[in-house]
Write a protein of this length. Sequence first.
Length: 146
Amino acid sequence: MESILNNPSGTPINDLFWNGMFWNQLIYPEHALDEVGGSTLLKTLESEGGFPDFVACLCLDGYSNLLPEKKTSVMQMVAGLLEARLPENLRRLAGFTHVNAFYFCGIINPGIDENLQERLEALRQEVCSVSRLPSTLGIAFTRGRS
């Protein structure tokens, strides 16, 4: 708890909590205590163009075999590469990790971000190279995107 209260990232605690709750609801809805915003909020976000065009998950295979201090440094490295390689619109709500998976979502700008899958695959390969761990990338697009 102390590390959360004194988080070095500078991200407000409410933002970190909301981020975690959002992903937890999305990934494990059967264990969630409440809806995050409910269906009305999601429909509003979609109609206003604020709903993500995709969600992505970068999984590090073999991560569970790492020592605890190495696990932290590997996830920090993934977060740093994500920030360095992708513009903010393609890495929204980044920062939620669960076991060996790093989750993020984004909004695609037509004509600018059309090569998203290639960019994410290049990121995955760089993560493999730097971490020396094999990885898997999953991307799910919302309606009308591919």
